[in-house]
Design a protein around this ligand. Structure first.
Ligand SMILES: [Zn+2]
Length: 282
């Protein structure tokens, strides 16, 4: 698990250094693919974007780096859909590696952007809040002008599509995962687009000194452990084992018996435990 751990350590902070690096390892073009039913992966190599389609219009989740939108739009087009038919863009959290492309995707599609109130504030600011564990004083991505806010547990809809916000704070205070159901013939699968829940920070920050943030992590671990979760796609796809699962040769390789979200929460809970022990000098 060296790669996910490394990426966990780098999440967010590395994005500042590589914002415009088209060949960044996280930003490589990948073939779009069907996740299940009307849900498709249209992101880049290490930053997920997911398209949920319907005849009345589509929903897109996350926008990756500032220079990812052309790749996301190309993937949407390759699948036979049109970026102009995206009606809503949902955001996980306001760090550049997931939100940097949202303003451009909104411009390309005319879609309404939807986020939790705290993530909406980051999107409008074009950068993270000063209380963010990773705050380093910069506002590095394009500001998003129009953002609609969503409550925890609220569903947003386009035609018959319905996606529910599940707040998963900690990595950021506004962090939001999104859940929905996609169907094929007689079977429907619960899909969770899981936000980052890894304890990453700028130098000098101590999670031990922020009990309210530790409480947020507990809320998020519990939410993910209890979620109906036939398929998990994490905002960094390797964290949910997406690429490994795709190699397993089964007809629906991402269906993993409902344990994917529990495993994801467990991995982050372990990482947080290690981090707290290190801060305590153990
Ligand atoms: Zn982040």
């Amino acid at each position: 698990m060296i790669k996910p751990l490394l990426a966990a350590v780098l999440c967010g902070l590395a994005a500042f250094a590589s914002a415009n690096a088209a060949d960044d390892n996280w930003n490589k073009p990948v073939e779009p693919f069907q996740i299940y039913g009307n849900s498709y992966y249209v992101g880049v190599s290490s930053l997920s974007s997911v398209l949920l389609t319907s005849p009345q219009g589509h929903i897109l989740l996350d926008g990756a780096y500032p220079d990812s939108p052309q790749r996301i739009a190309a993937s949407i087009s390759k699948l036979g859909f049109r970026i102009q038919d995206v009606k809503l863009i949902l955001s996980s959290h306001g760090h550049m590696d997931h939100a940097g492309g949202i303003a451009e995707l909104q411009r390309m599609s005319g879609a309404t952007v939807v986020a939790s109130p705290l993530t909406a504030a980051d999107l409008k600011r074009g950068g993270m809040d000063k209380d963010d564990p990773q705050f380093v004083g910069s506002t590095p991505f394009a500001k998003v002008a129009k953002v609609r806010t969503v409550r925890d547990g609220e569903a947003v809809k386009v035609g018959l599509l319905s996606v529910t916000a599940m707040y998963t704070p900690g990595h950021t205070s506004g962090g939001t995962s999104w859940t929905w159901s996609s169907c094929e013939q007689d079977r429907c699968a619960s899909i969770v687009f899981a936000d980052s829940i890894n304890p990453v920070s700028s130098d000098g920050y101590k999670f031990n000194a922020h009990p309210q943030v530790l409480k947020q992590y507990e809320q998020s671990f519990a939410a993910l452990e209890q979620a109906s979760c036939d398929i998990i796609i994490a905002v960094h796809p390797e964290f949910s084992g997406t690429w490994d699962k795709l190699k397993n040769g089964k007809p629906h390789p991402l269906l993993d018996g409902g344990d994917g979200c529990k495993a994801y929460a467990r991995q982050s809970r372990d990482n947080l435990g290690l981090r707290l022990a290190k801060e305590a000098g153990k």
